[in-house]
Write a protein that binds this ligand. Structure first.
Ligand code: UT7
Length: 335
């Protein structure tokens, strides 16, 4: 979609990962796997894992505090809090409401959004509409996950992939030609069975039978998700670029969903981008689903990699199946 009205840009970012690190070598002791396979097939070396008694709202809260400080925004200024997660504290109430209270964001509406690993970009596009229309001024967008709580630690096909963490961004109005210039959101529900938690809602309520069959754990057809990702990642960015009225060569930085280094490399190739222009941190955090793009974004921003005026593309894919990308002209002053 081409953006109309006020321009919505990122005013500040922050991320948080739990302290505990689980390395590939640690995993070798748990399942029949090895560091060489995991590094070669995924690019992951370690991931962070939240303690059993730490919910996703805690990770989201810590990331939010950093993003608000970076943006110089008081929680009272927030009009809306959007949390993209598939591992919310509860089915209801929304994790965003818990944060609204904890942050003291007294004037903020709050809701959660489920678009799996594409969630942060979906939520960013939603935020841009509210700011674009002039209805809201300051919106906190968070991607946060505690996937470790849903992983089957006996399934080497999935347990080596995922990690926990949260990333956040404060969106607000920025000067013309800056902020979100275009985006592309999509879904293909015919692939819904390829990735999910079968017993997690009203279709197969969690009971003893479901737990015995591990239906309350992440199930994935890795090969199908891989093929889908390779197909959509480059294509969605190209559509976002076209919506923004820009050419392929215009991108200064690509911030992709960190699911597999081979998927990232394939997207970069399709976009004719050298890997030096691609933000990659998968080796340290694994796949953090909705948190992976905002963690990469916040880490790169914090390291001063983006200069004001740079074109930054965010691109993700995930369960649903879903995909999402957007093009931002970096509006924040260099730190
Ligand atoms: O956010 C979106 C979430 N999901 C994704 O993005 C996942 C996308 N898919 C992938 O990243 C890849 O498909 C995987 C990393 C999940 C798997 O890589 P692959 O190259 O597609 O491996 P494979 O499933 O074809 O398995 C190849 C072999 C198999 O052994 P055999 O049957 O050839 O003897 C697997 O059993 O590798 C074996 N294998 C492992 N070996 C050691 C699978 N997992 C492991 C493991 N350690 N952890």
């Amino acid at each position: 979609m081409i953006m109309k009205g006020n321009n919505a840009g990122i005013l500040g970012t922050g991320f948080y990962v739990p302290e505990k690190v689980l390395t590939n070598f640690d995993l070798e002791k748990i399942v029949d796997t090895n560091d060489a396979w995991i590094v070669e097939r995924t690019g992951i070396r370690e991931r962070h894992i939240a303690p059993d008694d730490v919910p996703v709202s805690e990770l989201a809260y810590q990331a939010a505090l950093k993003a608000l400080a970076d943006a110089g925004t008081d929680p009272d200024e927030l009009d809306l809090i959007l949390v993209a997660t598939l591992t919310s504290d509860y089915i209801v109430p929304a994790t965003a409401c818990l944060l609204q209270d904890r942050l003291g964001a007294h004037h903020a509406a709050a809701f959660d959004l489920v678009a799996a690993c594409s969630g942060f970009v979906y939520a960013s596009a939603v935020a841009a509409q509210f700011i674009g229309s002039g209805i809201y001024k300051k919106i906190l967008v968070i991607g946060a996950e505690t996937l470790s709580k849903y992983v089957d630690w006996e399934d080497r096909n999935t347990c080596v992939l995922f990690g926990d963490g949260a990333g956040a961004a404060v969106y607000g109005p920025v000067e013309p030609e800056h902020g979100m210039l275009g985006f592309d959101l999509g879904s293909d529900g015919s692939g819904a069975d390829y990735l999910g938690i079968p017993s997690s809602g009203s279709k197969h309520p969690v009971d003893e039978k479901m737990i015995a069959q591990k239906m309350n754990r992440i199930h994935m057809n890795g090969k199908e998700v891989f093929k889908f990702a390779v197909r959509v990642m480059g294509a969605t960015v190209q559509r976002s670029l076209a919506n923004a009225g820009l050419e392929k060569g215009a991108i200064d930085w690509l911030v992709p969903h960190q699911a597999n280094i081979r998927i990232i490399e394939s997207a970069a190739k399709r976009l004719a981008m050298p890997l030096e222009k691609v933000i990659i941190n998968i080796e340290k955090y694994g796949n953090v689903s909705a948190a992976s793009i905002p963690i990469a974004l916040a880490e790169a921003a914090g390291a001063g990699r983006f200069k004001r005026g740079d074109i930054v593309a965010l691109a993700g894919f995930g369960a649903g199946l879903t995909w999402a990308s957007c093009i931002l002209r970096w509006a924040k002053e260099d730190s």
